[in-house]
Ligand binder design. Structure first.
Ligand SMILES: Nc1ncnc2c1ncn2[C@@H]1O[C@H](COP(=O)(O)OP(=O)(O)OP(=O)(O)O)[C@@H](O)[C@H]1O
Ligand SMILES: [Mg+2]
Length: 352
């Protein structure tokens, strides 16, 4: 689906810092985990924004803040223009209904002692105003049908389903309150490759059917490609590059995105010929000890003295500002440039 111009979510300067403590009896703060460290983006109505990044870069923390499961340390989240981080009581509850989360692991996120009907209908216990009591069972069965499961399964337990079916149950629960926004945190990572596409296709169909806006999180750039209108790449708590699907995949300008993409297989042999394989060295720094200036510089082959001093802004790099081409999208690099990268599987040498 393509986006309209109207934003449904506007995220600005979003931060989540956790205190890092030592000791059990006398907790002493010895540092700060900067899980999310200044994130900005907008999500258009009807749009799908994919967020990708390595383990620990803050994706789930971001998702939880959007769904009001974690309070931000700083920054704002606007839903249809209203800052939801400042709401409480009834107003907060009303907004919560509208932004629902689908979790990563269908094996651990569904209570094994509850029937499928109770799991999908649980949101109605929290929001009784959403459906009259006598109507709930019928609604749950309709939701099962909507996600492609037999409505007669309503009294079964999670262990009686496959991984893909369980994720459908999780999606049905996410839809129960008829939200406008779905935040899906790695919705297919725990599933077999053969089942991943089915769940992605289901999400795609539901989006059209229920006019949903999606934020879909993944480790892997190839998973979000199929459904995203735009993609944001996260590194150590920040978005380092964001743009339309084709801009990010075919014209990445941030070295980190280029490195991630060089690990994604590309079927087109013509495109392959012009690509270069990039292997990142070193580990991701700890979120308790983020490098000064550009946080990617410790692993970047282009890093210069300026990168240690100046935090690069997430903006269209000046050298692309006058062009309307696909490289002219937001990238947080002092030395942003277009680069074609070679896919990993096409080369014999593994990661170095
Ligand atoms: N409640 C918490 N207290 C302290 N640190 C936390 C807490 N939750 C997350 N973190 C830390 O914040 C960082 C970001 O975690 P988060 O779960 O958001 O990453 P992620 O991108 O979702 O990773 P993954 O791909 O493994 O799911 C990690 O270093 C994590 O250890
Ligand atoms: Mg996560």
């Amino acid at each position: 689906m393509t986006s309209t111009t109207e934003p449904i979510l506007e995220v600005s300067g979003l931060v989540k810092h956790y205190p890092l403590t030592r000791g059990i009896l006398f907790k002493k703060q010895v540092g700060t985990v900067k899980a999310v460290d200044g994130v900005d983006f907008t999500l258009g109505r009807g749009e799908t924004l994919g967020i990708v990044g390595e383990s620990g870069c803050g994706k789930s923390t971001l998702a939880k803040m959007l769904c009001n499961l974690e309070k931000p340390t700083a920054g704002s989240i606007r839903f249809k223009g209203e800052d939801i981080t400042r709401l409480s009581g009834k107003a907060l509850k009303a907004v919560r209904r509208n932004i629902q989360m689908v979790f990563q692991d269908p094996y651990t996120s569904l209570n094994p002692r509850m029937t499928v009907g109770d799991i999908i209908g649980e949101p109605y216990e929290i929001h009784p105003e959403a459906a009259p009591k006598g109507d709930r069972r019928r609604r749950v069965q309709e939701l099962l049908d909507v996600v492609g499961l037999n409505p007669e399964y309503v009294n079964r337990y999670p262990h009686q389903f496959s991984g893909g079916q369980r994720q459908r149950i999780g999606i049905a629960r996410g839809l129960a309150l008829r939200p406008e926004v779905i935040v899906a945190d790695e919705p297919v990572s725990a599933l077999d490759v053969s089942v991943q596409a089915q769940v992605i296709n289901l999400l795609d169909r539901l989006q059209a059917e229920f006019e949903l806006s999606y934020l879909v999180i993944a480790h892997d750039l190839s998973i979000v490609r199929h459904i995203s209108d735009r993609v944001g790449v996260m590194y150590l708590g920040r978005i380092v590059e964001i743009g339309r699907d084709a801009e990010i995949y075919d014209h990445p300008t941030h070295p980190y995105t280029q490195a991630l993409l060089s690990a994604v297989p590309v079927p087109d042999p013509d495109a392959r010929e012009h690509r270069e394989r990039i292997i990142l060295t070193g580990d991701v720094p700890s979120p308790t000890n983020i490098p000064s200036g550009c946080r990617f510089r410790t692993r970047c082959w282009k890093a210069q003295e300026r990168c240690a001093r100046e935090v690069p802004a997430l903006a269209v790099p000046s050298r692309f500002r006058s062009t309307a081409g696909p490289a002219a999208h937001d990238s947080a690099c002092h030395f942003a440039e277009e680069k074609q990268v070679v896919p990993a599987e096409e080369h014999g040498n593994g990661p170095g």
